[in-house]
Design a protein around this ligand. Structure first.
Ligand SMILES: [Zn+2]
Length: 178
């Protein structure tokens, strides 16, 4: 499912997982590739250099570390540290065709990584407080390690996409048939 145009909720989190997955995949994490991810999610126009792109990749690694955390106490501590270091200065923004949502102030010139971390701190803090646990994870399918946001209300989500879930179910069915 493509969440990009569906809704702004959960606030900016699909942007974060998309960015972290892009950095993790490697190939697309060029300055232009990262700018494109931000733009695709309605973020501010960034003009990244090799240096600031590397800072963004390092920031993405920090965010990945939180998305790897399953213990809500540890996650809250890590998010609080980000909130302290990168205050979010939230403001209400209405992007075309979407409803009002909280965004962090656009990046100061030359500091896209700071903007990314303040955006992540705000989005993850709101999500953790709303859900009460680490409603995110990493795909359990073999050969896939993409991060996802768990929006389910019942069973915990295990796969990054229905595609991966189906792939695993089909493989299990095939194994049973042998
Ligand atoms: Zn997957």
């Amino acid at each position: 499912m493509d969440h990009r145009l569906a809704d702004d909720n959960p606030r900016g989190l699909y942007f974060l997982t998309d960015l972290v997955n892009t950095v993790q995949d490697g190939g697309g994490a060029t300055p232009q590739g990262l700018e494109a991810v931000v733009e695709a999610h309605g973020g501010p126009p960034l003009r990244l250099t090799e240096t600031t792109a590397e800072e963004v990749r390092q920031a993405a690694a920090v965010i990945a570390g939180i998305l790897d955390t399953e213990d809500e106490g540890s996650a809250a501590e890590a998010i609080n540290t980000l909130l302290d270091r990168y205050p979010a200065r939230p403001r209400l923004v209405r992007l075309p065709e979407r409803r009002w949502s909280l965004h962090t102030a656009p990046p100061h010139h030359g500091q896209p990584a700071r903007w990314l971390l303040s955006t992540a701190a705000l989005a993850l803090a709101l999500w953790l407080s709303e859900r009460g646990h680490c409603a995110w994870g990493r795909c359990a399918a073999p050969d896939c390690d993409r991060y996802f946001i768990d929006t389910g209300r019942r069973a915990p989500q295990r796969y990054c996409s229905t595609r991966c879930g189906t792939r695993v179910r089909v493989a299990a069915h095939r194994d049973r048939g042998r």
